[in-house]
Design a binder for this molecule. Structure first.
Ligand SMILES: [Fe+2]
Length: 210
């Protein structure tokens, strides 16, 4: 078995055309797959906005839906730059995540905060999927010297991370508001510490402790 460093050195010195071709094919199939995911996400975000309970959560979904439309266009630009036909490659992963989001809507009461909490969880799972997909595509683009594509992918990746951060802030505001309400209703109650949130880096699960 060859050492990774040797293989990489040979690749970057231009002496490994089989790897170059393989990575290019991988880049194209991953690109088609994220294109499929992004288009599905645009539709799903509209459904999630409609199903949400609070204005804050609804607005977050609508804003990200608009952003995702631009992300779809960016991907179409990449297809053009690398000279291949725009095409989708269906992804079971995103189909599953979107079905999970739909199950949350059908399993929660309309107008409940539980629904919004569930929708945030589902949305963050989709964001994390997209972050890993764009992150991998960016790495491949850098390896293949696709600098224009890399620039566009980096822009989208940053937007996805920002959306994820905003969803975490929304999730944390649920916990903070609940604590505030309980403090108003039962002064001193949260010195018992039951609801002191432990900060999570990226997911609602951590903040709600579920
Ligand atoms: Fe996206």
């Amino acid at each position: 078995m060859a050492a990774l460093a040797d293989r990489i050195a040979s690749f970057f010195s231009g002496n490994d055309s089989a790897t170059d071709e393989g990575l290019r094919d991988l880049f194209i199939s991953e690109l088609k797959s994220v294109y499929y995911a992004e288009k599905r996400a645009v539709d799903a975000l509209g459904d999630q906005a409609e199903a949400s309970t609070t204005n804050e959560v609804g607005t977050a979904f609508v804003n990200h839906q608009n952003e995702s439309r631009i992300q779809v266009e960016r991907l179409e630009e990449i297809f053009k730059i690398i000279g291949i036909k725009t095409d989708v490659y269906p992804s079971d992963a995103i189909d599953g995540l979107i079905s999970d989001a739909k199950r949350i809507v059908s399993g929660t009461e309309p107008g409940s905060l539980t629904r919004d909490a569930g929708l945030i969880i589902a949305a963050q799972k989709i964001e994390h999927y997209e972050i890993s997909a764009y992150g991998s595509l960016l790495t491949l683009a850098n390896m293949l010297d696709f600098s224009q594509s890399a620039e566009l992918l980096a822009k989208t990746l940053e937007e996805e991370k920002e959306t994820d951060r905003k969803l975490t802030i929304l999730a944390e505001s649920f916990v903070n508001n609940r604590s505030k309400e309980e403090e108003e209703q039962h002064p001193g109650s949260h010195h018992t510490n039951r609801h002191t949130p432990i900060s999570s880096d990226a997911t609602l699960g951590g903040t709600l402790g579920i």
